[in-house]
Design a protein. Structure first.
Lengths: 371, 371
C-alpha cells in the first residue's frame, strides 16, 4: 500500500459560515469526514500523511456561503457504496449548514463502478425508437386491482408509448400483488405489441428489503420483463448498486427520486451523478413548472450530470416528470434535446374516455418535435 | 379486504406555506403521498374511499408554518420498510418546504415490527451493569492496523468501559480488514475480561451492501461478538430491518446517525422513533454542546422517542455523543437519567499516555454520578 501513490477523492461542500470562521470549519470538516479525532492526538505518521482528510480549497460563493473542497483518502472507502457515502456525507450530513455538491473519484475507484449497462443507446434499442425522444407513462392509482392496471397498460401500449411504468407507489399490496400485477401487465403489453408490431416495454416498480428486491427482480425477469423502476434512495444506495450488479443483468434500470430529497445532497449530484455511477440507465426528476419547485437551472444540471462524458460510464437518460402534459412536449424537447424520455402520467389518466386519444397525441407530439 | 375496517397511518408534516394556500397544499400532499393523480380522474369508489390519502388536520404552528396531519391507507404499505418510507416521505421529500415530523402506525402494522430485541434491559445484562448509566468509547483513527486497534481496545477494556465500538468510519479497508480487525479486537476484549472479571463488549461496525452486511454479521457472530454498530440511513432502512431480523439474532444493535442527514425527517422521529421501530437497541446522536449544533430540546426529544412506552416495543437506549468529555458525565446523567449510555471517543484518545487514566476516570465518573 505504501508503495503506491495514495489516491484521493475530491468532495466539495457548500457551507454556511462567518468569514472569520470558515477556515476552521473547513479543517473541522476534513477531520470529521476522515479520522474523526484531533490531528494532534494522532501519532501514526502514515495516518496523518495518507488517511487524514485535507482542505484543498475554500472559495466564497456568496456572502457567508463557501465552497469547501476536501481530499479524502480513497483507501478509506474500499469498494463499498455505503462506505463511500459514509466518507462523503456520513457525519457531516448532521450539520444543517453543510450540503454535498460535487464529487470527483480517482481513476482506480471510478473504474470499479460499471455505471449504466444499457445507457441511452440501450434504452433506445429496447423500444426500437431510433433517435427521437422517448415516451413514458405511469399506471395509477394504487388501489386498483391487477386486471384494471393491466387493462390500462394495454391501452397505453396500443397508443404506442415506449415505456409504461408502475406508479412508484405500487409495491406488493393486497389490491394488486406484485406477482399477479407484473404477470398481467407484461402479458398485456405483449398482446398489444403483437397487434401493433411495436416494442412497448412494461416497467414494474421494485421496492422492499434487499431479499424482497432480489425475489421481485427474478420474478420479473422470468416473466420477460426487460426494464424496472427502482428508487435508489428508498432502498439504500448500496442495496441499489448490488441489485443492479447481481440481479438485473440485461435489464434497463429507471431510477425514481422518491426519498432522495431527504438528505442534503445536491440534486444534480445525487439524481444525475451518483444514481448514474451506481447503474441507473435513466433518471426521473421533477421538471421545472410541474408539481415540484425545481428550477430550470437545477433540472438542466441534473441532465448535464446524467449525460456528460464521464470516464467509461455510459450516459444516463434524463426523464423530466412530475405534472407534465402533452402540450409541453415541444418545449421540453427544446430544452433537453432528443436524448430525453418524457414521462406523463396523471395528465393522460385524467383524460378519462379520451385516454387513448391523449396517449396517441402525446406519442405523436414527441415524434414530431423530435424529428 | 373490504370487510375489514381500513387501517390508516397518521403522518404529520411541517409545511411552509401562505395562509391562503395551505389548505390546497395540504390536499395536494395527501394526493402526492397516496394515489398521486387528480382525485376527479379516479372512478373506482373503493380507491377514493379506502386508498386515497386524507387531510385530517391543519394547525398553524408559527406564521407561515403549518402542521399538516394526513391519513394514509395502511394497505398501501404492506409489510415493507422501504415502502413505508415511500408512502411517508417518498415524493414529498422533494419539496423543500415539507418536513416529516410525526408518524402514528395503526395497531396491525405496528405489530409487524419487532423493534429492539434486547432493548435497555438487554444491553445492561450484556455488560453486567446493573442500573447505572453505561459507558462507551470508540476505536480510532481509521488507517491504523488491526493490531494497533486491538491494543487500544484492550486498554479500554482493562479500564472497565462497557462497550468499545469501532469508529463508524472503519469498514473493510486494506489498513485493517474487517475479518482481521474483528478477530483481533474481540480476542483483546476477551483477554481483558478474563483479567478483570468484567464484561466489556467489543462492537464492530458493519457497513456495506446487503450481502456484505450478512457476511460481516455472520463472521462477527462466529467470533463471539454480541453487539454491532450499524448506520441505518447509510445502508438503507429496509436493509437495516432485514439485517436485524435475519442476521443479528441475539446481538445488540447500536444505531449510528451517519447520513441520517436529519435535515427533513425530524431527528427525534428518525433517530429516536424509526430506528427503534426497526430494531435499534441503542441510538447514537450528536449531543448538545459538542461538535454538532443539536439543541438540548432536540436531544431531549430524541431520548423521549427512544424510551417512551410504545406498544410492544422495548425501549431503545439513548447514546448522546459527538465531542463529549468525562467532565460532562455528571451533567449528561443529570439530563438523561440512568437509562443512558455515554459515548466518549476522541477525548480519551487525545489523552495520549494518559489514555488509561482518562478511561478509568470516565468509568468512575459515570459510576459515581449514576449511583
Amino acid at each position: 500500500m505504501n508503495d503506491d501513490v495514495p489516491a484521493w477523492i475530491r468532495a466539495t461542500y457548500l457551507v454556511s459560515a462567518a468569514a472569520d470562521e470558515i477556515d476552521a470549519v473547513a479543517r473541522g470538516l476534513a477531520t470529521e469526514q476522515s479520522v474523526e479525532m484531533p490531528l494532534d492526538a494522532i501519532t501514526d505518521r502514515r495516518v496523518l500523511d495518507e488517511v487524514a482528510g485535507r482542505v484543498e480549497a475554500v472559495a466564497e460563493r456568496a456572502p457567508g456561503c463557501y465552497a469547501v473542497t476536501l481530499s479524502l483518502a480513497a483507501e478509506t472507502v474500499g469498494n463499498e457504496t455505503a462506505q463511500l457515502l459514509n466518507m462523503l456525507f456520513g457525519n457531516c450530513s448532521l450539520h444543517d449548514a453543510v450540503r454535498l455538491v460535487e464529487v470527483e473519484l480517482p481513476q482506480a475507484l471510478l473504474a470499479s463502478f460499471s455505471g449504466p449497462r444499457l445507457g441511452i443507446d440501450g434504452l433506445r434499442q429496447l423500444c426500437g425508437a431510433g433517435d427521437r425522444p422517448l415516451t413514458c407513462t405511469a399506471l395509477k392509482p394504487q388501489g386498483l386491482g391487477a386486471a384494471a392496471l393491466a387493462a390500462l397498460c394495454e391501452r397505453f401500449a396500443l397508443a404506442g408509448l415506449d415505456f409504461v411504468k408502475d406508479d412508484h407507489g405500487l409495491a406488493d399490496q393486497v389490491a394488486a400483488p406484485f406477482a399477479e400485477r407484473v404477470a398481467a401487465c407484461q402479458a398485456a403489453v405483449e398482446r398489444a405489441n403483437e397487434r401493433t408490431g411495436g416494442s412497448t416495454r412494461y416497467v414494474p416498480s421494485l421496492v422492499g428489503s434487499p431479499r424482497t428486491l432480489t425475489r421481485q427482480a427474478r420474478l420479473a425477469r422470468d416473466l420477460g420483463v426487460r426494464a424496472v423502476l427502482v428508487a435508489p434512495s428508498l432502498i439504500g444506495l448500496g442495496a441499489f448498486r448490488e441489485l443492479v450488479d447481481e440481479d438485473l443483468d440485461g435489464m434497463a434500470v429507471l431510477a425514481h427520486p422518491a426519498y432522495a430529497g431527504a438528505a442534503r445532497v445536491d440534486p444534480p449530484l445525487l439524481l444525475g451523478g451518483l444514481f448514474r455511477l451506481l447503474g441507473a440507465d435513466a433518471t426521473i426528476f421533477p421538471n421545472v413548472g410541474g408539481r415540484f419547485s425545481y428550477s430550470a437551472e437545477r433540472c438542466g444540471a441534473i441532465a448535464e450530470q446524467a449525460r456528460r462524458p464521464w470516464a467509461h460510464l455510459a450516459p444516463c437518460l434524463p426523464v423530466p416528470a412530475g405534472g407534465m402534459t402533452p402540450d409541453r412536449a415541444g418545449e421540453m424537447i427544446g430544452a433537453y434535446g432528443n436524448d430525453v424520455m418524457l414521462l406523463i402520467g396523471g395528465a393522460l389518466l385524467a383524460a378519462g374516455d379520451r385516454l387513448d386519444h391523449e396517449a396517441r397525441r402525446f406519442v405523436t407530439a414527441v415524434a414530431d418535435a423530435g424529428a
